[in-house]
Design a protein around this ligand. Structure first.
Ligand code: PXL
Length: 326
């Protein structure tokens, strides 16, 4: 068995102030035992939620950088993309992936939140992101991003009903991503599938994560919504799904599909627990800075078993067969 660490290319921006993107992804994946090779997309003085942020995309240095990597890196295990700054970058990511057919592509299509697309994103960039997702082994959108990727209108009051989610997941799946985690959805009480409707207490003040595994079945994990929403939580969540699913302690990625669907669900559950814990210890006045996750990860490093890490939460898991429509 190879003793080389799993090598992951982390394609994210570097924001100087505020938790999120590279400053979150890099420590989480490095602490999880990956060899992380950062490919910076852009440098910002602060994330785009902080008024007056400066922004410089790093497109112009990518060709030489990637040519050097092509000549230097013998193997790449994972390519993990987040915030991107130009359609040309997406073409370069796809070319690099084609030169490394052994690498698995993981796409967090970081484009927006709460129905708003980030100000640095042009319509062409959003369309290019949609093209990238067709190649993804794992896709991790929020509702805003999912809707934009398949050109569905963002639901009124951020609360989609089940037929809408079903259509959205069907479209995302048909567009090509093999596994999908649609995260942080506040479901509308009307028209829920029977499996979810029976859990009346999970409406409204709860969030649901919809997981489409390789077997094309759907698992829904529902958990309480905490009264705080800060930047960086989505990046922390995605990095933890990846850490758990593909990190050095996980089995090699070639295992059978049923087992891998179970592992995807387990990794989402783990990431939910960690994100909730980090949100709980982030003070509301730190909203602009974003998620305080370092103490939570220090705890992870000192504790062997997941179940010993965090107290049981009010979390439910529901399986739904044949979610596709049309
Ligand atoms: O956390 C997602 C993210 C990533 N990168 C930049 C951002 C944001 C969220 O606001 O502004 C630059």
């Amino acid at each position: 068995m190879s003793t080389q660490p799993r090598r992951i290319i982390a394609v994210h921006d570097l924001s100087g102030y505020g938790s999120g993107s590279m400053t979150t992804v890099l420590p989480v994946l490095a602490a999880a035992g990956f060899e992380v090779c950062p490919l910076p997309v852009a440098v910002l003085s602060a994330h785009t939620g902080v008024p007056g942020f400066t922004y410089q995309d790093l497109n112009s240095i990518w060709s030489e950088w990637l040519a050097h990597w092509r000549a230097t890196l013998d193997r790449v295990d994972y390519i993990y993309t987040g915030f991107l700054s130009a359609p040309g970058q997406i073409k370069q990511v796809l070319d690099f992936a084609a030169a490394h057919p052994e690498a698995m592509l993981i796409v967090d299509p970081v484009m927006g939140d709460h129905g708003e697309i980030y100000p640095t994103y042009t319509p062409e960039l959003c369309d290019a992101m949609a093209a990238l997702t067709a190649h993804a082994e794992l896709l991790l959108p929020n509702l805003t991003e999912g809707c934009r990727l398949v050109n569905l209108p963002y639901p009124a009051s951020e609360r989609p009903n089940w037929p809408f989610i079903r259509l959205l997941l069907t479209k995302l799946h048909r567009a090509g991503a093999r596994q999908i985690v649609l995260k942080g959805i506040s479901l509308h009480p009307a028209d829920l599938p029977p499996e979810l409707a029976s859990r009346a207490k999970h409406r409204g003040e709860h969030l649901s994560n919809f997981i489409v595994g390789k077997d094309a079945n759907l698992t829904v994990i529902t958990h309480p919504r905490l009264p705080i929403s800060v930047d960086g939580s989505g990046d922390f969540f995605a990095a933890n799904v990846i850490a758990k699913l593909y990190g050095p302690t996980a089995p090699t990625p070639s295992v059978g599909s049923n087992d891998s669907a179970k592992r995807l669900t387990a990794s989402v559950l783990y990431a939910i627990r960690l994100t909730m814990t980090a949100l709980r210890q982030t003070a509301p006045e730190r909203e602009e800075y974003g998620l305080d996750f370092i103490p939570v990860w220090s705890n992870v490093l000192q504790t062997q078993s997941d179940s010993a890490l965090f107290p049981d939460e009010d979390i439910t898991i529901t399986h739904i067969r044949d979610f596709t429509c049309e």
